[in-house]
Design a protein around this ligand. Sequence first.
Ligand SMILES: [Zn+2]
Length: 254
Amino acid sequence: MESTVAQKLEALLNLQKIDSRLDAIFKVRGALPEEVQDLEDEIIGYETRLDKFNTDLVTLEDDIKRFKDNIKESEKLIKKYQEQQMNVRNNREYDAITKELELQDLEIQVSKKKIGESQARIETKNLEVDELKGILSERKKDLDNKKSELDTIVSESENDESKLKTDRDKALKKIEERLSKSYTKIRTNAKNGLAVVMVKRGACGGCFNVVPPQRQADIREKKKLIVCEHCGRIFAGVEDEIEEEVTKKKRSRA
Ligand SMILES: [Zn+2]
């Protein structure tokens, strides 16, 4: 499929028009899609933290249960030792049992202290969980609002968008790959998304630098692809000033 330069330029300009309309649609959506994504990520982060807190709470409760079991165990031993102490045969046995009793008493103190510490940590953790739940429900509300805002905007333009995307696929097929690649490259680097422009009032339609008359004549001829020497955008043609003036006069009269 060999096409003339004029046909190539026409195809490029057509693609540019479609892309500019798509750009306008995405501009209306603005930062909303990104904001929705950010909120979704943030919520996942908070939910992960909440899961971790809940696991911590379970561990702390388990600890307390274990300490309480230890205390029960010590109390049983103490009871046993006290009974043994009633039946000792000498002082040496009596002293040995007293030492055991002291030891178990100490064990109980340690366990009680650890239970207190765990309970304090549970209280702190519960406060953190409450705070986190508050933040989480706020963020979820934000997300719902932003999502419905975005859904509204998207639904208003989704028909246009899908039609333009179909048009774009068709338009792209008419352009050789090498050319569409440089088109994409120029467009990505251009702030206004324009890769293909017309010469308007003697200036580049993309960067507004003056295009010399001889160059304009070359552009009009469409014998070869000419790019702006300032910004690198592709010139699709020269817009007729007279025609534009006439349209303007017509408009001002209306
Ligand atoms: Zn330019």
